[in-house]
Write a protein that binds this ligand. Structure first.
Ligand SMILES: [Zn+2]
Length: 492
């Protein structure tokens, strides 16, 4: 398999996901991303001889409800579900395995370094004061400060819902949501879940207080933290006392950060979009910056002396073998993995990758050029000379053209599969179709901006370029027709 001589600084490194893990490679090992199973699980796993505990029916039911139903549905259920059961449901709502913590941490930073640091912090007793209140987990992580023996302290707050981490905040103020401290707290909660103090959501506890107890609660709270709380407390008091028509008086109930999700909310993992976009930009900049040289190897000199057909074949073969830029291929594989798991971020991740690729003028240029040369519809005009476009490119550019086209075709293929999902409603499908049409325009605009080497696209080349037409056609598939033919009720 192909060696990558000039490494991209990103999600490239495949096998590293297995052990040392990054989708952004800085090694030149000949490896491919191949899944998220850890070679060695966290050491707290029970030994083979240790008997596994059999859960009671109540625990099994709580677990099932926790994974499948929004907490609002549970709260509003009649007859009311006992408080202790609601607490068990909150307990089982936290993710059970560290695999997804690792995946999302990797997605945010491009490597699993943060996860590994978090694992060490959790194992070495640096996680303290862990408290789960309803669907909110808080904790303190200590870490040696750089260049001193003193320890820094970080406060972390995490919310979760139906086995998904839905938000992470840390006082380290790092831009990434998935810092090592958030990782450490999650790993601690997963591996030592029975040591974590568990309380009902705050709204539920407050509901149990009498009127005078409520007043006491408010006054004690303000007197214990006057500096932090007093200004906000006074503002809320002013709003409550101002008039009956003020917003706070008009809305029934009050927000509860420790309460679970509302009935119509989808459970979705927190995706650190800003970091991810930044990383994709870097991969593309690097890929495009080094495009004609990246895939040079010892055969390149030889390729210049072989017949053109043989050279074309070799180039095409190598683009399929190489999967360059590897980091983006890894991200596409992660997207596939998320689709297979039914993760709602799968399409979102694919969307981010697509939008960033469309902004890469050079890649779009190569994609358009590739289609036009491989379909034998050569109408390129190189300074007035009709000439097959690829013939005017040096062999290394031809490799880049194949690599860009191969990647974009995979993205288009994934969108075809996405839009064919029988679970998509009509509105979402319509929005996706509009998106594909906009993207078709964008590809052409970007491709025109990226055109060089004396090649310009004429109107026929643009008309024949398929772009996102495949997904547009796939969006026309109406599963209801199949259901009718097969006699399956639509609800199934
Ligand atoms: Zn942090």
């Amino acid at each position: 398999m192909m060696q990558v001589d000039a490494p991209y600084s990103s999600f490239d490194d495949s096998e590293q996901f297995e052990d040392s893990s990054s989708w952004i490679s800085d090694s030149d090992q000949d490896v491919k991303w191949s899944g998220w199973k850890r070679a060695s699980p966290i050491s707290t796993d029970p030994s083979p001889t240790e008997e596994k505990e059999v859960l009671s029916l109540i625990e099994i039911c709580s677990k099932c409800v926790a994974k499948n139903h929004a907490f609002e549905t549970v709260e509003l259920y009649t007859p009311p579900i006992p408080d202790n059961l609601q607490l068990r449901i909150a307990y089982h709502s936290f993710p059970e395995s560290e695999e997804e913590i690792r995946l999302y941490s990797c997605l945010a930073s491009g490597s699993n370094d943060k996860f590994k640091q978090g694992e060490i912090l959790a194992k070495t007793g640096n996680v303290h004061d862990v408290l789960q209140i309803g669907f909110h987990l808080s904790g303190v992580v200590t870490q040696p400060a750089p260049h001193t023996t003193a320890k820094q302290t970080f406060n972390i707050a995490i919310t979760f819902d139906r086995g998904h981490i839905t938000s992470c905040q840390c006082s380290c103020q790092e831009t990434a949501a998935w810092c090592e401290h958030a990782n450490a707290l999650c790993i601690y909660r997963i591996t030592r879940k029975d040591e974590v103090a568990l309380r009902s959501p705050v709204s539920e506890s407050l509901g149990r207080l009498e009127r005078d107890q409520l007043q006491k609660f408010a006054q004690y709270l303000i007197s214990e933290l006057p500096q932090q709380i007093l200004p906000t407390a006074q503002r809320l008091l002013d709003e409550l006392l101002s008039s009956k028509t003020s917003q706070i008086n008009m809305i029934a109930g009050a927000p509860d950060p420790t309460g679970g999700a509302s009935a119509f909310e989808d459970a979705k993992w927190v995706l650190d979009e800003a970091s991810l976009q930044e990383n994709i930009k870097k991969i593309l900049a690097r890929f495009c910056g080094t495009l004609p040289y990246v895939m040079m190897d010892s055969n390149a000199a030889f390729l210049n002396s072989v017949p053109p057909v043989s050279q074309e074949w070799s180039n095409l073969l190598r683009s399929f073998q190489g999967n360059d830029p590897e980091a983006l291929w890894n991200l596409l594989n992660i997207s596939r993995h998320l689709y297979a798991k039914g993760d709602r971020n799968a399409a979102h991740l694919l969307h981010l990758i697509t939008e960033e690729c469309l902004l890469s003028y050079q890649m779009m240029f190569y994609w358009m050029l590739s289609y036009n040369s491989t379909s034998n519809q050569h109408a390129a005009i190189g300074r007035g000379r009709p000439e097959p476009p690829h013939m005017s490119l040096p062999s290394t550019h031809v490799l880049s053209r194949h690599a860009s086209a191969h990647l974009m075709e995979e993205i288009v293929h994934l969108w075809e599969l996405t839009v064919m999902s029988p679970y998509l409603d009509k509105d979402t499908k319509l929005q996706m179709k509009l998106k594909f049409e906009i993207w078709n325009q964008q590809v052409i605009e970007s491709g025109r901006k990226g055109q060089g080497q004396g090649i310009a696209f004429n109107s026929r080349m643009i008309k024949d370029f398929p772009g996102f037409n495949g997904p547009l056609e796939a969006a026309e598939i109406d599963w209801d027709v199949f259901y009718q033919v097969l006699g399956i009720p639509q609800s199934e």
